[in-house]
Design a protein around this ligand. Structure first.
Ligand SMILES: C[S@@+](CC[C@H](N)C(=O)[O-])C[C@H]1O[C@@H](n2cnc3c(N)ncnc32)[C@H](O)[C@@H]1O
Length: 272
């Protein structure tokens, strides 16, 4: 069990660097989901137990419903195993493109959520056409990336005029970024300022518990326990576990909070 000290966090980050925690472990999580016969929202929760979920996703849904025009194409960037994209797809009826760099996560997402259109790419280079998305979602991704500028440039390129962006993540509880291991936890103020200077209007800033709801966490725990029993001797398992401890140490220390920022990029001519 992590003590939450900075040494633990540094050790955990080193271990996490040793293997891609989003690749092979994603395949194991898909195996676990099949073995446990998880379905519907329990499957989604187990695959995407993001901070403040599902409340963070509800705020995205509210923005979609008040968008004033249909949301037909959603791009889930850094989609992982695809739970968030599938949650939004089921509730909006939109087509969802899941862009994900890790092959293991892409394979798992395709197998578990066949209605998603899964493709390789990164947040800095999605490979998608200009002005194509009605909504871009970054769930748990921005905090893994040093240069938010490249991500926001790419997001702006692919979102259509008047389109939406949702950033669900862990954020710094204070005014300054928390830089730790593979993560940069930015403050709400830092992210909303970066968006505002790039022409985004902030529609909603929701702040919540840094952990998912107990129901979502329980589903993820069932999967983690199954993975532990089946794969604990694999070298990537230690890295995966270390990454989870690293995140938990921040949650327990209180230096991060969960949240979701929803913004709209106003088209020229629609400025108030
Ligand atoms: C914490 S997981 C979140 C997955 C999913 N969005 C969710 O909420 O369940 C972070 C994901 O971001 C992906 N990722 C890491 N760096 C990325 C980058 N530069 N661009 C896009 N995705 C990235 C990882 O492969 C991983 O699948």
């Amino acid at each position: 069990m992590s003590t939450g000290s900075s040494t633990d966090a540094a050790d955990a980050a080193d271990a996490a660097d040793a293997a891609d925690v989003f690749d092979e472990p994603a395949r194991w999580r898909a195996q676990a989901a099949r073995a446990l016969d998880l379905r519907d929202d329990e499957l989604i929760a187990a695959m995407s137990p993001g901070p403040a979920c599902p409340a963070a996703l509800e705020s995205v849904l509210t923005a979609v419903r008040s968008a004033g025009r249909p949301v037909e194409l959603v791009v889930d960037v850094g989609a992982g195993v695809g739970g968030v994209g599938e949650w939004i797809r089921r509730r909006t009826g939109a087509a969802v493109v899941a862009v994900e760099p890790a092959a293991g996560a892409r394979d798992a997402a395709s197998a578990l959520f066949p209605a998603l259109s899964v493709r390789p790419g990164t947040a800095e280079s999605t490979g998608l056409p200009d002005d194509s998305a009605d909504l871009v979602v970054l769930s748990g991704v921005l905090s893994l990336i040093d240069d938010a500028g490249d991500v926001l440039r790419e997001t702006r390129r692919i979102v259509r005029p008047d389109g939406l962006l949702a950033i669900a993540d862990l954020f710094a509880a204070g005014a300054s970024s928390v830089v730790s291991g593979p993560n940069v936890f930015r403050s709400f103020e830092q992210v909303t300022s970066s968006l505002a200077v790039r022409g985004w209007t902030i529609l909603d800033v929701g702040c919540g518990a840094p952990a998912p709801s107990s129901r979502w966490a329980a589903a993820a725990t069932r999967v983690a326990d199954w993975v532990g029993r089946a794969h604990r001797d694999h070298p990537a398992f230690d890295a995966w576990l270390a990454d989870q401890r690293h995140l938990r140490s921040h949650v327990e220390s209180g230096d991060v909070v969960g949240g979701c920022i929803v913004a709209r990029h106003l088209a020229m001519g629609t400025l108030p």
